[in-house]
Design a protein around this ligand. Sequence first.
Ligand SMILES: Cn1cnc(CNC(=O)c2cc(-c3ccc(F)cc3)cc(O)c2O)c1
Ligand SMILES: [Mg+2]
Length: 215
Amino acid sequence: TRTTRPQRLLQAVSINAVRGDPDSVIKAIDHFCKHTEWAMNVGDEKGAILDLVVMETCPSTVLELGTYCGYSTVRITRLLPPATKLITVEMNPEYAHVARQVIQHAGLQDKVCVLEGESADLIPKMANMFGIQAFDFVFLDHWKDHYLPDIRLLEDCGLLAQGSVVLADNVVCPGAPDYLNYVRYNLKYSSRFYQAHLEYTRVLDGLERSEYQGD
Ligand SMILES: Cn1cnc(CNC(=O)c2cc(-c3ccc(F)cc3)cc(O)c2O)c1
Ligand SMILES: [Mg+2]
């Protein structure tokens, strides 16, 4: 096929979504994935849970690992007050390029920094790069076997503080068993599971919300 799935998703956004309207971008992507072509966005059902957790956290510094096409980036950023920044990390340059255009279509480009590269390389540089102490909210949605090493790296870099909330997608499907075991049985976290379904399907999945209790 000439075009890639992310490019076809972006085309659906540019045709069906209103420029500067994040909700119309979200609706256009969900419609595309339900009626045209499945894609690994967090989706509408888990997205509504993501919205609730973001709203109750009221974060001022946000990190997302795994941008893909920017669907969850738009979902989160549309809920943030003007002064806040969201940093999102994507290792695949083609995904990052599509995500920047989706984020721009939503009119949220001034609140988002899309970083290209490996999360393990970038996390240790973030405090200096952005002049931040800790992240109030972290959304994990990248390679599932990177969830555990990356949350440990965030701890070691002092980027989690008491009350920091880490929300992880796909803890059932595809699954992140080592990560779940860590956050559920480690006293440094208070963790709870939100049962849902894999985006746009009836397959069971869910999100794990883990609150850092401090050192
Ligand atoms: C290539 N790549 C770049 N980033 C990533 C990280 N994301 C995932 O792997 C991911 C995968 C699935 C999924 C795929 C096939 C299937 F049959 C069931 C589930 C769903 C998700 O929500 C995901 O986030 C993968
Ligand atoms: Mg996911």
